[in-house]
Write a protein that binds this ligand. Structure first.
Ligand SMILES: [Zn+2]
Length: 203
């Protein structure tokens, strides 16, 4: 089963081919500079690629006893719209019963839709397309706990290695752990020093 999980290099190659992994000189909304940028929905626009990535991630979850023993009474939860195709793909591969996703509402607060009630959410796995800082996972975990549900797993297709590798004692399952080479300012950025034109990215 483990052998059916593509290597990090193979996954990066798929992301590159679909335009989801980009190399250049980017300025993030946080002001950080990086020679790399991930726009993950570009990979998930191709159904076959989306399926391969989600199935691979689901295999990592299935290997965990705490998860496999509770199936199908599990919820797969996405912190944002970017993680929705991942959540559907993982749910499908695991035959889990529930899917939820949070969204940032007009007030900037991450929330589930109204009328999701206390006690309705199964033990859950939080999945996202990419974990950059880990903040989205933490906010989502807080929402899940307010609803009285337990978190039994956490994962993403890509995790920046600058983000935490574990969440509340659970190892975060990923297909690629990536050193994003984030520079805090233009002064520290290698590409700025070389005078390479920068692109401002929106996410
Ligand atoms: Zn720069």
């Amino acid at each position: 089963m483990v052998s059916l999980i593509p290597s990090p290099d193979t996954v990066l190659e798929m992301l590159k081919r679909t335009g989801a992994f980009r190399e250049g000189h980017f300025i993030y909304p946080t002001g950080k500079h990086s020679p790399y940028y991930f726009q993950m929905p570009l990979a998930f626009r191709y159904y076959d690629t989306a399926r391969v990535l989600a199935v691979a991630l689901s295999r990592k979850f299935r290997l965990e006893r705490d998860i496999s023993s509770q199936l199908p009474k599990i919820a797969v939860i996405s912190p944002s719209s970017g993680g929705i195709p991942v959540a559907f793909g993982v749910r499908d591969a695991l035959s889990a019963e529930q899917i939820y996703w949070a969204e940032k509402e007009a007030n900037g607060k991450r929330m589930f839709r109204q009328y999701v009630n206390q006690g309705e959410v199964h033990p859950c796995i939080i999945v996202d397309d990419i974990i950059r800082s880990g903040g989205a996972i933490e906010e989502t975990a807080a929402l899940v706990k307010e609803l009285g549900a337990t978190i039994i797993g956490c994962g993403a297709i890509v995790r920046f290695s600058s983000a935490a590798a574990t969440f509340e004692g659970n190892q975060i399952r990923t297909l690629v752990d990536f050193d994003a080479k984030l520079y805090d300012s233009s002064e520290e950025c290698v590409d700025c020093k070389k005078g390479v034109p920068a692109e401002q990215v929106r996410f």
